[in-house]
Design a protein around this ligand. Sequence first.
Ligand code: PGA
Length: 253
Amino acid sequence: MRKKYVAGNWKMNLNLAEAKALVEGIKKGLPAGANIDVAVCPPFYMLVPLAEILSGSPIALGAQNCYFEPKGAFTGEVSAPMLKDAGCRTVIIGHSERRQYFGEAGDLLKKKVMAALANGLEVIYCIGETLEEREAGKTESVISRHLREVCGPDVSLDKVTIAYEPVWAIGTGKTATPAQAQEVHAYCRAEIAKLYNPTVAANVRIQYGGSVKPDNAKELMSQPDVDGALVGGASLKAADFLGIIQGALAAQA
Ligand code: PGA
């Protein structure tokens, strides 16, 4: 059985004092020995001080992006070895905001995923359609294209979590219904079975993201192919994030 995985994507929010208070709150509220994976992904400059606070805790630290080159003249970028050095366990790659505002796609994302994995990081790889694409009946073709950008014989999914995030549900308060999420998650798993094999597909975790809140978390994560959540807005308050973790635990009970 796939263990649920709840990750918080803080995006470009909070200051260091608020961030420290938030991780302290999550640490305190996380039920001891809970059978769940939890990660927080703060902005780059908070990684090192938060790694200290999280040291020895089951909460993993993640980044929201990385560059594929290990070092050199790439002003403004942070590499996968640097994230590892900062104490990260994972990194989000291909978030729709990176695709939309920074033009990230295809080959670049594959290089980033490969660099992260080669440097011992796990990856949360984000995929998902816009409202326009959904309304034009292109959801499956977009999902399939996003998966194929990264998946293939040269990329093992052992350390990769897929995050299905319909762009129209991100930060809008419009959650996909559990049935809509399940439909796309099942499609993703079937595509992964085609790209790899049924065992890989059965083992890969697929998170849902897009306006996940404490009051919809359990229902979403009770769907057979929804293995967790990538949470934006509701990951910025300990009580809300812990409520989503409770929802995940209830869904897998
Ligand atoms: P949201 O963001 O929970 O605020 O909708 C999710 C995400 O972008 O990862």
